[in-house]
Design a protein around this ligand. Structure first.
Ligand code: MG
Length: 251
C-alpha cells in the first residue's frame, strides 16, 4: 500500500482547515442544550462552516443529507440530524463534522455530555478520548499504523468496553477518505504500513459501553449498538511528523 505524503503547501492548507474545524466543533459543543433538535444543531454547524468560507464535507457525501453527523446515546456514528429528534438532559451527543478549505478536508468528532449525565456516560466519553491519545503515542515516523490501532483497542479493553470493528479511521487530504484505512484494533497480528512524516490521518475511536456489535437503522446511515448501550466517538485529523504528531483539529 502506498500512502501519499503531503507537500509543505498541502500541509499548510490542511493546518488551516483543521483549525477552522476545531473552532467549529468548539462552538457547536458550547451550543448543545436540552430542548434543541439535532436539525437545529446541524443548521448551526453548517452556518459556522460556511461562515468560514468552507464547504461541509459530509453534505451530499454518498447522499448524506446534512452537514453534521449527530449521533445520540446508543447511536455510534452517522446519525442523520432531524427536526423530530430533541436532545434531552442526560444524553450524550456525538458531533462528527468535516469541512473543505481550498480543496482540502479536515474531519473530527467530539462526544458531548448534555447537562448532568450518568457517571458511566462521563467515563465512557473520557476513556474514548484517552483511547485516541493512547494511539497518538505510536503516531510517529517509523512506527507502524496498526500500532496506533492496537493501542486504542488495548485501552478500551482495559476499561471493559467494546471496540467497533466495522468502521475505521482513514487517510485524508483532497479526499475525505483516502488510504490507509485505520481500524481501532490490530487486524490479524499485522503491522500495517510504516508511518512517514507528511501523512495526514483521521484517527477515530468508536467505543461502546457494552458489546462491540452494531447494526444499521432503516435509514441506512445511523449506526447503533446492538445491545442498546451508549457509544462515544472522538476523532482528530493529525499530521505525522519527525517528532510528535501534530493534531490539526485540536485548538
Ligand atoms: Mg472520519
Amino acid at each position: 500500500m502506498t500512502v501519499a505524503l503531503k507537500t509543505d503547501h498541502e500541509i499548510d492548507l490542511m493546518r488551516h482547515a483543521g483549525k477552522l474545524l476545531g473552532q467549529t466543533l468548539q462552538q457547536l459543543t458550547a451550543a448543545v442544550r436540552p430542548g434543541m433538535t439535532t436539525w437545529e444543531l446541524n443548521k448551526l454547524g453548517e452556518d459556522i462552516i460556511r461562515g468560514y468560507g468552507c464547504i461541509p464535507s459530509f453534505l451530499d457525501y454518498n447522499g448524506f443529507p446534512a452537514a453534521i453527523c449527530i449521533s445520540v446515546n446508543d447511536e455510534v456514528v452517522h446519525g442523520i440530524p432531524r427536526g423530530d429528534i430533541t436532545i434531552e438532559e442526560g444524553d450524550i451527543v456525538s458531533l462528527d463534522a468535516g469541512l473543505i478549505y481550498k480543496g482540502y478536508h479536515a474531519d473530527a468528532a467530539r462526544t458531548v455530555p448534555v447537562g448532568n449525565v450518568s457517571r458511566q456516560a462521563e467515563r465512557l466519553i473520557k476513556v474514548t478520548e484517552e483511547c485516541f491519545f493512547e494511539g497518538m503515542k505510536y503516531a510517529v515516523d517509523g512506527a507502524h499504523l496498526y500500532d496506533i490501532s492496537a493501542a486504542i483497542a488495548a485501552h478500551a479493553k482495559k476499561n471493559h468496553y467494546g471496540v467497533v470493528r466495522e468502521l475505521t479511521g482513514h487517510g485524508i487530504g483532497k479526499n475525505l477518505h483516502e488510504e490507509p484505512f485505520i481500524p481501532n484494533y490490530r487486524p490479524f497480528f499485522r503491522k500495517g504500513p510504516k508511518l512517514e512524516a507528511g501523512m495526514t490521518l483521521a484517527v477515530e475511536p468508536m467505543i461502546n459501553e457494552g458489546s462491540r456489535h452494531i447494526y444499521w437503522k432503516e435509514d441506512n446511515w445511523t449506526v447503533c449498538t446492538d445491545d442498546g448501550s451508549l457509544s462515544a466517538h472522538y476523532e482528530n485529523t493529525i499530521l505525522i511528523t519527525d517528532g510528535e504528531p501534530e493534531i490539526l483539529t485540536l485548538i
